[in-house]
Design a protein around this ligand. Structure first.
Ligand code: ADP
Ligand code: ZN
Ligand code: ZN
Length: 733
């Protein structure tokens, strides 16, 4: 028997190394094998990897190659389009392909589970069976028991046979009486069969937006749908999705982590008459796998999911929607640092599909794309239905009486709304009781031993916690320097405001919503239900309150501290601050009553604050864009950050200095290097951090530069240093 020629394959192995590894295979694998999973020996380990390319059949000189142990898949895991995107993303984000592919796989596939979509038989009652009077089955107790069980709920074949061992004959009998029926259910995918109910009639703006989008079904076109909260963006999504499904294609809808509420899922499944799959972090591994497989084989019409849903294999994408496109949760912040929004644009363009980026407060990136003619702006100016837009008012805090963070004016207005039996929402993006515990005698401050920051005091358990690294200890009773007992809590977090409100408004329910009050599973839902059902309540919370939720009875919003974003070294801080303020403001007056929004500030004359209040977000954003252009910041330039951290003070910065030396000879006037320098918070979780910023005149220039630079950098020895590269970072932290 002639022996098979040995084949050489390039394998993407999940390691941080940005290169492929050559293995041999004694099975002959066709072109089709690219994208299939394999088990390979790697060092002393056995790793799940992916065939990335076939290579020449010449034995590389003098290298003893290892052989693939096992080919797992018979066909590529990813459709061509998604495979191309993943390869593109590995290059664009300068990340190891093996690790990119690993990130893009549902967990069970990563463990080597078969990519098969199992189906099962489901038993239920026929309409006739439903009307059977069970007392008539007195003499046939087994028939009766099965009928009774199925009256309660349908059962899978396995479940039925488990519950009623040896029931085949009985089932046959019941079936022959035409009481039972079966259907085949595929997998345990989280599939919602939508009801397809009609929604409200669209207003003129909505109609025109829907028309523009549906007119471009079948071709790639980017739309920015700008509309204040409550202006009916979701209705626009629903109509365009319907049109896409009618053409027999699939829609991919991305929602920020916190926006994917049960209400949202219900709204989609009520309105769309099609099969909807939902992908979010709350799924079990097998649910996630099955939904992924269902989408891949075309059993889903709509995939609705958070960031990583961008990696869903789909048969035929006809429309992509990214809701709240400015939201930071679309950017993965560790390991493979991709932007799901940007990958969504890639997918739309390679599927000849329109993409809709929706937001009340679009990112400056998306606005500049509109300015440069790369994206089409659709605006919804009116609030849908009868809701009136909230009015924003500044509360000048300078030399005003303030008690526990609340000015007298704010309290006055709150009283008026509460007296009218309405709800008030207060926003403060800082949890805990107070951010600083200080000695009144000597000025000592309780610091985190592992970070360069203060510990936050939590009154409920009298503990100090670091919100950056999680370390905690019992709160000090005495000063760490002078042993004085005269310790002060400086500043206020949500816990402190809650306590103050309870004292001031003794007959009003105060509900606090932040990470501390919602740790237990289901507790957020419980609190939200309490708010939905109640009147005359005060809600106090962090940005958990700002997004996604609908509070029809809230007529007043108070922003307790608008100044947080004004003094940050982070160049995106003003943009974030404005987005957050408007998002919180959007919670007010969503129903029939108009809302009022009060913003406490010590900088009522700050030009950015004034523009936002007087002229609104579009003008505010236009000014910020002009500033960014002037100083050459993104989106007018492209940025990447090398970050490094080490246990000792100098290694990280020294290492980045070496990177700089590798890069410097390649730089030209289109490329600028800043650093190596300490990170804004130099010490965090016991490690010293440094950064090196690369800024280029365009993304293409940045790409080419990084690709060349990394070849040199890979050879550096990162001794005791952890380092990473972040392309298009969303913060310079
Ligand atoms: P957004 O997504 O912009 O926040 P939604 O689509 O959720 O806005 O709409 C806000 C509310 O207004 C929802 O309750 C929605 O059902 C309702 N709504 C949307 N469009 C209309 C319309 N044309 N007529 C009446 N009500 C509408
Ligand atoms: Zn002291
Ligand atoms: Zn810490």
């Amino acid at each position: 028997m002639p022996s098979q020629p040995i084949q050489y394959l390039k394998i993407a192995v999940p390691t941080p190394l940005r290169r492929l590894f050559t293995y041999t295979s004694n099975q002959s694998l066709s072109e089709q094998a690219i994208g299939c999973r394999v088990w390979v020996p790697f060092g002393r380990r056995r790793l799940l990897a992916v065939i990335a390319a076939e290579t020449s059949t010449n034995t590389p000189n003098g290298v003893k190659l290892k052989s693939i142990e096992e080919v797992i898949d018979r066909e590529p895991l990813w459709p061509k389009e998604l495979w191309a995107m993943l390869n593109w993303a590995a290059q664009y984000y300068q990340h190891a392909l093996g690790d990119v592919l690993n990130t893009a796989m549902p967990a069970l596939l990563r463990q080597g589970k078969a990519a098969e979509y199992p189906s099962q038989l489901i038993w239920s009652l026929t309409p006739e069976g439903e009307h059977v009077d069970l007392t008539s089955l007195q003499r046939a107790p087994r028939q009766r028991a099965i009928m009774q069980a199925l009256q309660q709920s349908e059962l899978s074949d396995t479940a039925l046979r488990e519950q009623f061992p040896g029931c085949s004959e009985v089932i046959k009998k019941l079936s022959s009486r035409n009481w039972l029926q079966t259907y085949e259910q595929k997998g345990q995918a989280d599939i919602w069969q939508g009801d397809g109910e009609a929604g409200p009639d669209l207003n003129a703006e909505q109609k025109s937006a829907v028309n523009s989008i549906t007119d471009s079904l079948g071709q790639y076109k980017t739309f920015l749908l700008e509309g204040v909260t409550g202006s009916g963006k979701t209705e626009v999504y629903l109509h365009t999705i319907e049109a896409c499904i009618k053409q027999g294609r699939q829609a991919l809808v991305l929602i920020p982590e916190i926006g994917l509420t049960p209400q949202m899922i219900q709204r989609f499944s009520k309105r769309l008459g099609c099969r909807i799959g939902v992908l979010h972090s709350g799924l079990s591994d097998s649910e996630r796998l099955h939904t992924w497989l269902a989408a891949r084989c075309g059993d889903l019409d709509v995939v609705l999911g958070t960031r990583s849903a961008i990696f869903t294999a789909m048969k035929d994408i006809g429309l992509v929607i990214v809701d709240e496109e400015h939201d930071a949760s679309y950017k993965q912040q560790d390991s493979f640092r991709y932007s799901a929004r940007d990958l969504a644009i890639w997918r739309a363009s390679h599927n000849n599909a329109p993409i809709v980026l929706g937001s009340a407060t679009p990112s400056l990136e998306s606005l500049s794309n509109v300015q440069q003619g790369r994206s089409n702006l659709l605006t919804l100016k009116q609030r849908a239905g009868n809701a009136k837009p909230p009015q924003l008012k500044l509360l000048d805090m300078r030399s005003q009486p303030i008690d526990e963070g609340l000015s007298d004016r704010l309290v006055q207005v709150m009283k008026t709304h509460l007296d009218n039996n309405q709800q008030v929402l207060l926003f403060l993006n800082r949890r805990g009781f107070s951010p600083t515990l200080m000695c009144h005698d000597c000025g000592w401050i309780a610091h985190c031993p592992r970070c360069e920051t203060n510990m936050t005091y939590h009154q409920i358990d009298k503990r100090l916690r670091c919100h950056h690294c999680g370390s905690e200890r019992r709160a000090d009773h005495t000063c760490g320097d002078c042993q004085s007992e005269n310790l002060l809590n400086i500043g206020a977090g949500t816990e402190r405001i809650e306590t103050a409100l309870q004292k001031r408004f003794q007959d009003v329910d105060v509900i606090r919503i932040d990470r501390d009050t919602t740790r237990r599973k289901g507790s957020l839902e419980k609190l939200l239900q309490k708010v939905q059902a109640g009147q005359r309540q005060i809600l106090i919370g962090t940005q958990m309150l700002a997004k996604g939720h609908h509070f029809p009875n809230v007529t007043m919003v108070g922003i307790i501290d608008a100044d947080q974003g004004l003094h940050s070294p982070e160049f995106r801080a003003p943009e974030r601050m404005a987005q957050l303020i408007l998002q919180v403001a959007g919670r007010a007056g969503r129903a029939e009553q108009p809302g009022e929004v009060y913003i406490q500030t010590h900088h009522p004359d700050h030009p950015q604050v004034l523009t936002l209040i007087q002229s609104g977000y579009p003008e505010f954003a236009r000014q910020l864009l002009a500033e960014r252009k002037e100083v050459g910041l993104p989106p007018y330039t492209a940025m990447a950050i090398f970050r490094a951290e080490a246990v000792d003070r100098h290694s990280a910065q020294d290492f980045l200095q070496q990177i700089r030396q590798c890069l410097a000879p390649l730089a030209n006037e289109q490329i600028q290097l800043y650093g190596a320098m300490p990170a804004p918070m130099e010490k965090r979780a016991g490690r010293f951090r440094a950064q090196l910023i690369v800024q280029a005149s365009s993304r293409a220039k940045l790409q080419a530069f990084l690709a060349r630079g990394l070849e040199h950098i890979e050879n550096l020895k990162a001794y005791k240093v952890r380092w990473s590269l972040d392309v298009d970072p969303i913060d310079t932290y």
